[in-house]
Design a protein around this ligand. Structure first.
Ligand code: HEM
Length: 554
């Protein structure tokens, strides 16, 4: 009767057909909510500390409609409030943030918890099943196959490329003298150029060249991936597929995959032609990376690097790589020809992965270093002093041995990676329960674990005055006393960055070459940085810098 009266009342009568389905849906949601609350996954999740939740939404209201800067600020606030462990519910999805080295070690040192979180699927159209996103036996087999291509003796062959491109960027930056400019544009371009040469053996010759188009496409694809992380609606494949961004992505991937495939085809054909004519590449990859290879060369010295502890730290001073100009792609073709289980498609995926992983990370890393040196003139003066000690007034190029002498610059780079880690978080999907150590909680199977690199690096109990830029945090006596998992810009454990040595050598050559030519200046402070933390940590206000020529230029 009451319903009839309302209906006859006119205004809400049209809603009547909706009342029943809406009530049913509401009851359904309430039943689902209470059923879900009793699941073990939810119970274990709710035991962990975290912000108060709303029914069904969980903590989703914290992030809906927020910009990425706001989300980063929120994450930092939560990190301060909840030490070691913080759980967040995005609807029914449980995300647990870990910031204690002892818990992080459990995840990162494991050979089991290596599956990446769902968000990495955005990379799939570009990187396929490449190292970054693959898992299980495929990842294990490829990691084992590809690791030798990053052997130090191989990296030495890249020193010439690092030098020539660093000098090129110094020349290109000349037009910015006296202006405030965004140094990231330059770092990004030179990084792609270096990767083109070192990953594919391909040199960009100028505009309208396919290398140029490829480089532009790599940079734009990185922007699309950022956009998909930043804009909530682009995260849904069904919506993304209807947008122009998807069309643009297809076009860019056409350019990227087109060139990678073509270069692989040409290089394979050349390799086979050479073989048929009895020309075998010497030294071969297996010779270059053989344990006794260095010993067979005319005796020089072999010593251990101080500073960043790393499983690639045994170094020698022989310029082994100089004997053969190498590119990752040639090495993979050689591996495949010598029996490794790598087909052309897989080689393409690995080359694309190196192009992606090596690009944005190093471009952001070098931009942060330069901006910090622009702010901290006293630290820049010490770096320059060290450069003068190594090079004197000589205009010669930087050698591999020189990079080992630049200990203070190394500490500056590491400290910059501590405060501004280019990969600010690492996310894994957990498929079995994990007992944590810092506090008595269990991560339930099915949850997403986020390693909060940015926060770990700023823990006061690990780094005194954690917000202060202090390269002495990386003096050997200080690093020795810290937990290994308290400094993880390159991640750590079996799934850590394969390119970390490459990155460190390249950063040292690039930064020292820029500083030999320019004094970098900035009238900002770190407080002015507007950090944008999505897949790669950047400054949304731009990496603003000024340069002034040194009196003695190279
Ligand atoms: C400062 C520069 C760099 C930083 C901070 C960095 C950081 C990282 C991090 C944190 C990971 C782990 C990502 C995750 O688990 O989600 C990673 C993986 C990886 N990085 Fe880097 N990276 C850098 C440079 C490079 C370079 C130059 C290359 C190649 C030339 C490279 C190649 C890779 C690859 C292939 C992986 C995937 C490894 C695997 O899953 O087995 N990275 N990197």
């Amino acid at each position: 009767m009451a319903v009839q009266q309302i209906t006859e009342g006119g205004n809400v009568g049209y809603m009547f057909p909706l009342v029943l389905p809406l009530t049913t849906a509401l009851i359904g949601l309430i039943v689902f909510y209470y059923w879900q609350q009793n699941k073990r996954y939810v119970k274990l999740g709710n035991l962990m500390p975290g912000p108060p939740t709303l029914p069904l939404l969980g903590n989703a209201h914290y992030v809906i409609g927020k910009s990425h800067n706001e989300i980063l600020e929120l994450a930092v606030r939560l990190g301060r409030q909840y030490e070691n462990i913080a759980r967040v519910w995005i609807g029914p999805k449980l995300i647990v943030f870990l910031t204690s080295p002892v818990d992080i070690e459990i995840i990162l040192s494991s050979n089991v918890y290596i599956k990446k979180s769902d968000e990495y699927r955005f990379f799939k159209p570009w990187l396929g099943n490449g190292l970054l996103i693959s898992d299980g036996d495929h990842w294990r087999a490829h990691r084992k196959m590809i690791a030798p291509a990053f052997h130090q003796n191989v990296l030495k062959s890249f020193v010439g490329t690092f030098n020539s491109n660093s000098l090129n960027v110094v020349k290109r930056m000349e037009k910015e003298i006296g202006k405030v400019f965004d140094v990231h544009d330059y770092m990004s371009e030179t990084t792609v150029d270096i990767l083109l040469e070192t990953a594919m053996g391909h040199k960009r010759m100028g505009e309208n060249d396919d290398g140029f188009n490829y480089a532009m496409a790599v940079m734009k694809m990185c922007d699309i991936l950022h956009a998909r992380h930043l804009k909530a609606y682009l995260r849904f494949d069904s919506i993304f597929n209807l947008t122009n961004v998807k069309k643009q992505q297809e076009k860019l991937l056409g350019t990227i995959h087109g060139l990678t495939k073509r270069v692989i085809k040409e290089k394979k054909a050349l390799y086979e032609k050479n073989l048929s004519e009895g020309i075998v590449p010497t030294p071969s990859l297996s010779q270059i990376i053989a344990d006794d290879y260095v010993e067979k060369l005319p005796a020089k010295t072999t010593k251990k690097v101080e500073g960043l502890r790393d499983d690639l730290d045994e170094i020698d001073e022989n310029d082994v790589g100089e004997k053969r100009r190498l590119a990752f792609l040639d090495l993979m073709i050689e591996l495949a020809k010598n029996g490794a289980n790598l087909n052309d498609e897989e080689i393409k995926e690995e080359v694309d992965t190196i192009m992606f992983e090596g690009h944005d990370t190093t471009a952001a890393g070098s931009s942060f270093v330069l901006c910090l040196l622009g702010i901290h003139q006293n630290i820049q003066a010490r770096v320059y002093q060290e450069i003068k000690t190594v090079f004197g007034n000589s205009k010669r190029e930087c050698t591999f041995a020189d990079t080992l002498e630049m200990k203070y610059l190394e500490r500056v780079i590491l400290e910059s990676l501590r405060l501004y880690p280019p990969v600010p978080i690492i996310a894994r999907k957990i498929h079995e329960d994990v007992q944590l150590l810092s506090q008595n909680y269990v991560l339930p199977a099915g949850c997403t674990v986020v390693i909060g690199t940015f926060k770990v690096h700023r823990r006061e109990d690990i780094y005194p005055n954690p917000e202060e830029f202090n390269p002495d945090n990386f003096l050997p006596e200080r690093t020795q006393n810290r937990h290994y998992y308290s400094f993880i810009p390159f991640s750590a454990g079996p799934r850590s960055c394969v390119g970390r040595k490459y990155a460190m050598i390249k950063l040292k050559i690039l930064i020292s070459t820029i500083l030999r030519n320019y004094r970098v200046k900035s009238n900002l402070t770190e407080k002015d940085f507007k950090l944008q933390g999505d897949i790669i940590l950047k400054r949304s206000d731009g990496f603003r810098l000024e340069i002034e020529p040194r009196v003695a230029t190279i």
